[in-house]
Design a binder for this molecule. Structure first.
Ligand code: 26Q
Length: 840
């Protein structure tokens, strides 16, 4: 198949006359020239074309042209240096928009401003016409996007492998306060940033059965037969480093039907079966699963996972063979696969299959290679979110892989019983196969057993993994376990999204911070300079006005919100453990104070919420409805005018956060301690000078360590206290003895926010009053209200607040993914930096 495609595409091989071009001009004139050429010739538009889409595309193509030569040179540099490579395997890459980032990283912002001005085009309008690439749910997917940005900036040979979903994260509309989901057909108007590479198509097998055959010298080998095959076609997206000549690759697979489907079954007369089979093939990458906690047992999801793992491994092995032939002796020294959670962890078994069944390797050699190349990152502590697949489904869909998993498990159980003879409880706990009414494969355990590194994403999270979920494995292999605290890319999350603050920072400490965020610490002394504070405050205010403008455009209505109010923001996926409900209870409390006339020294505030709920998550959707109902009562009440506003911004996404984080005063990070693995929104806010109100959870702990406890509004039970409280938690006692909470509950219980929708919030009331409430919302209410009071009081002293804001930015240097990726590289990948600049 592969050779057939390449033959038909390249009848004659390209010559230097065809491939070697002088570098394109980076000034305004050649840029304007190219934009206009693409508009008129590539796109065939004329003076009657009014749509911003075509001007955007022409601009994007002119920028893309400038990435191409750097992209090729980077590939050549990696190939020639025979560099060790790492592959980041992820079911999600939440990239957001590409144009602005490409402009920034190529250093084209100024010349393009001039070029577009000369062409009479409005840069902002064009930038805003690009749809977000929403190929992820939330933190895990956005982390992958920040990681590949940092890898390119650090000039590391890292490729991202993911899926090219036709439909990304759904669009969220709010109707009568309810979340409504709409499909996100983000590719409808084409995607200029991708290059299809049909010549690199891979074949993926499903179904069928296995047979043992005798090979040439009587060696037994397993063959997987009667399979239903699917093709995986790669689409490459350039990932530019920051002004360094490097352009790495994000390779996304699209599923497609093989030709056999049409020919074989079609000729046999079973037309509808053959079309249905074609659909099954093409459905695999049709849609992103919109859950950010696992939804178990869906066959299509397992197909997605296997397609990604198999196509990516085959592709990496193709690259290897091109250079080294079928000699795998040094494969493990030169390749590393980082598994983004358990979603691609079937890769462990798939690499074994490829090495044994396709390249005749024995078990021990294949296992040695696998366990020296795989590394696994865990992103959750919630036990219900750990992936398990029914053995029955595995047998049906991936029979050969199930055999291999059973073989891995048999050998692993032998190892456990050697180490702890007779400890059958432990064996049952550690088995890759969970027994029960239905046997299940524990994907996290497969990932741990098959990897040489297992990491969590913040100090607390990594510690809790070792003490809790993965304790047995930690006792067996303490050296495998490590921590890599998350970060965010400072290019998108400061340089790009906050141009005014970036300019002030660069003017004050120079531009080095863009690639060395620790340099932000040089801002600290300026916190004592009144003139500097004044400029800092003015920029935050401008960004708040920009946020209000954004809100107006997204919601179609204007509200009486002043930029002088405190902007108190919680944006993230809606989940009970993240406790948007606690925030909502506090809003009701503020409203109650207003109604009681308890408004002396009041800090006017705008409480902004945003986030999507998984479509099947009843409680999360009900929380959205509650927030919207509260908002509509409060915003309409003249008593609250100028004192309190509540906003739910619909369709929260990457491009929304770019505006939101720059205009935030107070960042809400209020999860039940021990539940949020890290959080990364918390870091975006901090870098942009917001104060955090938060629990001792995830990376909040490290944020507070960096900025000092006097610059952080802390409250709530610790992770240990949460666990100790379970079993004797008495929310009704707490409510009875806390006047404020009692009154808040009263508002809910008299249906104050749902007068015409009786009873709809009863499940929320019951969850707060439930002694088994896993999120212990009532337990943290009093502490939260106190911390909110402190924050409000602090905001009244604008000089002191601004100082804290500056100190937050100054202390945020640790939370760059450049630091995170350097640590992955130092401890796990061990790649050499490769400069692609030679020649460019
Ligand atoms: C699994 C199986 C089937 C369908 C969906 C899923 C699925 C999809 C996405 C399960 C989980 C996710 C996403 C998890 C996630 O975003 N976790 C977050 O990862 C961030 C980056 O490390 C952390 O900062 C957050 O704390 C963590 O919640």
């Amino acid at each position: 198949m592969q050779s057939m495609i390449s033959k038909s595409l390249f009848k004659s091989s390209p010559t230097p006359a065809l491939t070697e071009k002088p570098p394109l001009g980076m000034g305004a004139a050649p840029l304007a020239e190219d934009i206009s050429r693409h508009f008129n010739y590539t796109l065939g538009r004329d003076k009657n074309c009014k749509s911003a889409h075509y001007s955007y595309t022409a601009l994007a193509l002119a920028v893309r042209d400038r990435l191409m030569e750097r992209w090729k040179n980077t590939a050549y540099a990696y190939e020639e240096g025979d560099s060790k490579r790492a592959y980041y395997l992820s079911l999600e890459f939440l990239m957001g928009r590409t144009l602005g980032n490409a402009m920034l990283n190529l250093g084209l912002e100024n010349p393009l401003h001039k070029a577009l001005h000369d062409l009479g085009l409005d840069m902002e309008e064009l930038i805003d016409s690009e749809p977000d690439a929403g190929l992820g749910n939330g933190g895990l997917g956005r982390l992958a996007a920040c990681f590949i940005d940092s890898c390119a900036t650090l000039q590391l040979p890292v490729m991202g492998y993911g899926l090219r979903y036709e439909y990304g994260m759904f669009r969220q509309n709010i109707e009568q306060g309810h979340q409504m989901e709409e499909p996100d057909h983000w590719l409808r108007n084409g995607h200029v940033w991708e290059i299809e590479r049909p010549e690199l198509t891979q074949r993926i097998r499903f179904g069928g059965r296995t047979e043992t055959q005798e090979g040439p010298n009587r060696v037994k080998r397993v063959v997987w037969v009667d399979t239903h095959d699917v093709l995986a076609v790669p689409y490459d997206i350039p990932v530019p480093g920051y002004q360094n000549g490097t352009v790495n690759t994000l390779r996304l697979w699209k599923s497609a039907a093989t030709d056999e489907f049409d020919l074989g079954e079609f000729n046999a007369g079973s037309y509808s079966e053959s079309v249905a089979a074609k659909n099954t093939a093409e459905n695999i990458t049709m849609v992103l699963y919109p859950n950010d906690a696992s939804e178990n047992g869906k066959e299509l999801r397992l197909r997605q996972q296997y397609l990604l793992a198999s196509a990516s491994l085959q592709d990496a092995i193709r690259l290897w063979i091109r250079k080294h032939g079928e000699n795998f002796t040094h494969f493990a020294e030169k390749n590393c696969f980082q598994l983004n959670d358990t979603h691609p962890s079937i890769a462990v078994a798939e690499l074994m299959r490829i090495l044994m069944d396709e390249y005749d390797m024995g078990w021990d050699e294949a296992w040695a290679i696998t366990t020296k190349t795989m590394a696994y990152t865990n992103h959750t502590l919630l036990p219900e979110a750990l992936e398990r697949w029914p053995v029955r489904l595995f047998r049906q869909l991936l029979p050969r892989l199930l055999e291999i998993i059973f073989d891995i498990n048999a050998r692993f159980m032998g190892e456990v019983s050697n180490r702890w003879p007779g400890d059958f409880d432990r064996m049952a706990r550690m088995s890759l196969i969970e027994e029960g009414w239905e046997q299940q494969v524990r994907m996290a355990f497969l990932a741990i057993v098959g990897s040489y590194s297992v990491n969590g994403v913040a100090e607390l999270h990594s510690d809790l993994l070792k003490q809790g979920l993965f304790r047995d494995f930690y006792e067996l292999w303490p050296d495998k376990f490590n921590n890599k605290t998350n970060g965010v890319t400072p290019r998108r999350w400061l340089a790009w999204c906050n141009p005014k603050l970036s300019a002030l920072i660069t003017e004050t400490i120079g531009e080095g911070w863009v690639t060395d965020l620790s340099l932000l610490s040089k801002l600290a002394p300026h916190a004592d300079n009144a003139k500097f504070r004044q400029r800092w405050r003015q920029i935050k205010r401008d960004n708040k006005i920009r946020l209000l403008e954004y809100k107006k455009n997204e919601m179609g209505v204007d509200g009486a919100i002043s930029p002088d109010m405190m902007f108190d923001v919680q944006v993230k996926r809606i989940h009970e453990y993240k406790r948007q409900l606690l925030n909502a209870l506090h809003v009701i409390h503020l409203y109650d104070r207003i109604k009681r006339g308890d408004t002396a020294n009041w800090t006017p505030r705008c409480v902004l919420f945003g986030g999507k709920a998984a479509p099947g998550y009843f409680m999360a959707k009900l929380i959205i409805k509650l927030i919207n109902n509260i908002a509509s009562v409060i915003n309409k009440d003249p008593a609250a005018q100028g004192l309190l506003n509540v906003v739910f911004v619909p369709n929260y996404r990457v491009s929304a956060m770019e505006v939101i984080c720059a205009g935030t005063d107070l960042s809400e990070q209020i999860s039940t301690a021990g539940k949020e693995a890290s959080g990364t929104g918390n870091m975006k806010f901090m870098i942009n000078g917001a104060m955090t109100i938060g629990t001792l959870d995830g990376a909040n702990i490290e944020i507070r360590e960096e900025v000092g406890d006097e610059n952080f509004f802390l409250f709530g039970l610790t992770a240990e206290e949460v666990e100790r409280t379970r079993g004797n938690y008495d929310p009704n006692g707490i409510i009875a003895s806390n006047e404020d909470l009692h009154r808040v509950m009263h508002y809910l219980e008299i249906s104050h926010f749902n007068k015409f929708e009786p009873g709809i919030f009863d499940p929320i009331i019951m969850s707060i009053r439930n002694p088994h409430d896993p999120w212990m919302t009532a337990a943290d209410f009093a502490g939260y209200v106190k911390a909110q009071r402190d924050a409000a009081a602090a905001y009244l002293d604008q000089e002191a607040w601004t100082k804290m804001s500056i100190l937050n930015t100054a202390a945020s240097g640790k939370f760059s993914t450049d630091r995170t990726i350097s640590e992955y590289n130092r401890d796990i990948w061990k790649l050499q930096q490769v400069s692609a600049l030679t020649g460019v």
